[in-house]
Ligand binder design. Structure first.
Ligand SMILES: [Zn+2]
Length: 219
């Protein structure tokens, strides 16, 4: 746990978190980041203390995929009818060093979306407000095709690193993407990658099935 996050939520997002304005999925990404980031914990304490802060647009940085529409469609269509307050952590999460906020999250199962890539939806008791939230695992050495984004999307790094045209990201980093970001992230060759993703306002394109057929390519 000596990693220190280098990329943080923009201040306006942190402020919305403080005010309870975020969807549950966005809230979970911020909370999980603060589990790993003393700097942002301090900032939240400052919000508590002064009850306000200057809001400035802070440029987000990049990551994420948009080629996982089939799995996203499955998130849209819950397969497990029961919803309880009991936290479910199936065996596939064994061995990952999950921050406290994720240990408490309801993550009932995973879907393989390509060889070496799985997604595990996070369920919430309250309405998701249009945000899809999931863990995503990507095997080391994989590269995602170049893509852009269809809305605000957060990738919180939990394990491993990835690189894109904008930089390199590791555990704790909070990577915000939107329509202005176009990139092709590459997972480092020596460590698998696990991240928490929250996507707002996602609209499934008609071509999602076709996209599924070419989502990933090996180096
Ligand atoms: Zn931070």
């Amino acid at each position: 746990m000596t990693h220190s996050a280098r990329v943080h939520p923009p201040e306006d997002l942190l402020w919305d978190y403080h005010r309870g304005r975020l969807s549950p999925g966005m809230r979970l990404t911020v909370r999980t980041h603060t589990d790993l980031c003393p700097q942002c914990r301090s900032e939240l304490r400052l919000f508590d203390a002064i009850g306000g802060a200057l809001l400035e647009d802070v440029e987000g940085v990049a990551m994420s995929d948009n080629a996982l529409d089939l799995a996203l469609a499955r998130i849209e269509r819950p397969e497990e009818p029961e919803s309880s307050a009991t936290v479910t952590h199936p065996g596939f999460l064994d061995g990952f060093d999950l921050p406290e906020s994720l240990k408490a999250a309801d993550i009932p199962g995973r879907y393989w979306v390509a060889p070496g890539v799985w997604m595990a939806p996070v369920r919430f008791d309250e309405d998701s407000r249009g945000t899809k939230t999931y863990l995503m695992f990507v095997k080391k050495g994989m590269v995602m095709p170049e893509h852009t984004h269809r809305g605000r999307e957060i990738t919180l790094m939990l394990k491993g690193t990835f690189n894109d045209q904008n930089g390199s990201y590791g555990r704790g980093d909070f990577v915000l993407c939107d329509e202005t970001i176009q990139h092709s992230p590459a997972v480092s060759a020596d460590e698998d990658c696990l991240c928490l993703v929250a996507q707002e306002g996602l609209i499934l394109p008609k071509t999602w099935l076709g996209k599924l057929l070419q989502p990933f390519a090996r180096i």
